[in-house]
Each structure stands twice: as C-alpha cells, then as structure tokens.
Design a protein around this ligand. Sequence first.
Ligand code: GDP
Ligand code: IMO
Ligand code: MG
Length: 422
Amino acid sequence: MKLDVLLGLQWGDEGKGKLVDVLTPDYDVIARFQGGPNAGHTLEFNGIKHVLHTIPSGIFRENVVNVVGNGVVIDPVIFKKEIEALTKLGVDVSSRLLISKKAHLILPTHRLLDQASEQSKGTNKIGSTLKGIGPTYMDKTGRNGLRIGDIHSDSFENRYNNLVAKHKKMLAHYDLQYNLDEMESDWLDAIKSLKKLKAIDSERYVNQMLRDGKKVLAEGAQGTLLDIDFGSYPFVTSSNTVSAGTCTGLGVAPQSVGNVLGIFKAYCTRVGSGPFPTELFNGTGEEMRVAGNEFGATTGRPRRCGWLDLPALKYSIMINGVTSLAMMKADVLSGFETIRVCVHYEYQGERIDHLPFDMEDPSLKPIYTDLKGWSEDLTGMTAESDFPESLNDYIKFLEAELATPISIISIGPDRTQTINRN
Ligand code: GDP
Ligand code: IMO
Ligand code: MG
C-alpha cells in the first residue's frame, strides 16, 4: 500500500482536523509527521467541539491507530493536558496512540527562548504561537535535542540540566524576566505521564503497516505557505509542512507516497505576521472573519482574511504533487454578492502568475476575476445536486484554473457537513 497525505495548501487552519476525522473510517493508521502544539485542529461531531494540538485527528474513532511521528515536536505538558481532556470524553487514548522514540521534546526553556526571540524582534516578529517550536527544531538540527526515547535513560536528567544551562546562557542575552521553577516542575511531572505511553520505532511500524496492506493517512499541520523552505520566509514555521515532509517525518520512501489531498478554504486566512497579497482591510474582511469564526484555535488571535489566491494555490499544488483537492468553508461565502479570486499578480510593472521571491515587495498587487456569489445557506445541504448554480460555477472555475479535481466540499464544521463529489 502507499501512504496517503492530507495537508493544508494555504497558511494553516484550512480545516485539516475536521477532514482527517471525516476520512479516518477509511484508514487503519493516522500519523502526524511534523509541527507540534503550534497546531490547533478542530473536530466537531455529536455536538462536541474539540481542539487537538499534538495528537492526530483520528483519535476519536475506534480501531484506528494514531501515530505521532519522528518529525513532530512534543511539549509534555500540553500533551498530558490533551490526553486528560480526551480521557474525560471517554476516549481510551493509550490503546490508540503510539509515539516515535525519535520525536523531539519541547523544554520549558525552548518556550522562553521563543518568547525572548519574538520580543527582541519588535515589529518584525514572526507572530509565533510561542509554543517553543523554532528553538526546539533549532536544537534538533543543532544536535542538542532531547527525544522521547531518552526519557527512560539514566542520563536523562543530566542531559536535561545541561541543555537548560545552555538555554539560560542564551536567555541572558535577552531582556526577558522569567520564573522557570513552576514551568519546570509541571514539565517533569508530565514527563512521568509520558513514560506510561507506548514509544516505538515509528518508521518501522509505518512501513510494516504499508507492507501489510494497511491504509495509512499522514496528517499535515500548518500549511504549505508556512513551510520552512517554500513558505513566505521568514514568516513561516520551522518544519517542512509539505508532502516531502512525510518522508523525513515518518520515514517513508518517496515512492511510498500515494494520493496527496490538498485542502484549502474557499477564501484565505492567515494568523501571525507576513505577506498576504489578497488580504482585505475593509468591512468585507471583517464579514469573512465573523461568518467564518476566524479566530485561532491555539491562540485565539483574530485571523487575517482575504480572497482566494490562485497563484499561491498553484504553487502549493506543484510543491506537494496534489492529486485531489478539498474546498473547505464554502458555506462561509454564502451572502457575498460578488466573489473575487486573485488570478495573477502585478509585480514590478509586469503581470505574473507565480509567487515572487520577495513577497513583501510593495509593488506586488493581486489582479482579480469577479464571480457571482450565492445567497443560499449551504450548511443543511446533503448532496452536490442541492448546490446553487453560482457555487457550481465557482467550483468549475477553480478546477479549470488549478487543473486538479476538487473531490470534497465542506459546508460546515460538523463531520456530517461534508459533500463528496465524484
Ligand atoms: P486546522 O488547523 O486546519 O485543523 O483548522 P482549524 O481547526 O484551526 O480551523 C478551522 C476552523 O473552521 C475550525 O473552527 C473548524 O471547526 C471550522 N471548519 C472546518 N470546516 C468548516 C466548514 O466547512 N465550514 C465552517 N463554517 N467551518 C468549518
Ligand atoms: P494548524 O496546524 C495557522 C503560524 C504562526 C506564525 C508562524 C510561526 O492549526 O493549521 P510557530 O509557532 O510555528 O513559531 O509560528 O506560523 N502558525 C500557524 N498558523 N495554523 C497553524 O497550525 C499554525 N502553526 C503556526 O501564527 O505566524
Ligand atoms: Mg488550526
């Protein structure tokens, strides 16, 4: 079997959690391959709304194994809270969850370093979620990190203390007041809970599952435009969010990657700083924010909103090798008389349809095509045949422009509000 991938094509929060939960019944294993608790993946069903940060979004379904891969970074405190919240809802987490021994640990001092670094950048800050993601990946690539497999070792405490001592020296260069004691005792307490979970060589497990003919879905976090290599650098996260990230983040070979389902909102949002060519600063942007309830699932920050950006989407489709698309939050556009879509950019006096290296160049302007909107409420619809004509036109227009089939339309946050197209 080949591994399927589901990932975001924009700046995150496309609705990955919802869709993974919807698709989980078709899979045996759901695996996260990168990122950490900077992610907030929302699931809604039976009147329950739940946000996951590190745990894969297949966790609510029975008979499915959820894997936290080696490419993920784990904050034991947040992880423990996630497990406690799931346990309260009656989910038997420990029987459904496997963690890679090679996944790296976020230390309390990584969070402090994140905070100190952001604070020192002033108005140029990345807008990080401040979960310690960047400093943890820096220690990973700097070959200083601590991993899940280390927590049982006799030298763990010693190595922890050495790393913290190094971080304290780094923190001394910044103007940050902090009290590590409480953070540290919570962290060490959470490490004890982590020891009870099943840590494995997840690369061997995932490959064995594929060899056994089991179906594995890799769940992306963040989005393509936040990728460390291909995103709007430096306003990005610190991992490879793209499909290639499944190879390094789960240990599967490129030829083992099968379908890549790229998911996008029917418009665009971004939380944190960085370029966003189609951002709306007027009442229309505010209408989208309210209609789409665009507030961050991890930080609660209002998300910046704007029209769909086709040059950006085409770029994401190319980088990921997307085989089919899912359009999320179509219901949010109900009631907009005109729907605008950015089809090109104007850049340094020329018309271009790719993302330029310098996305912050003030000459970069979106060029729009206007489509007719629809007023019907989509949220109760159960089949594609119920869709208003203008929505069908929007879908057809996007499929033609993107040269990729749109196989799923999401029309509300609930599991059931999902329409499969043939
Ligand atoms: P993720 O990070 O990609 O999993 O997305 P988030 O959970 O951060 O943000 C997506 C938000 O949109 C969540 O509040 C979801 O419940 C919600 N959502 C997902 N799909 C739809 C949809 O089709 N329509 C509406 N109205 N909301 C949706
Ligand atoms: P999900 O998986 C949206 C953004 C932050 C910031 C930048 C770097 O829910 O889609 P970091 O904490 O990684 O140092 O932040 O990336 N960011 C996200 N934006 N959704 C996410 O995850 C995000 N994870 C990080 O806002 O701009
Ligand atoms: Mg999110």
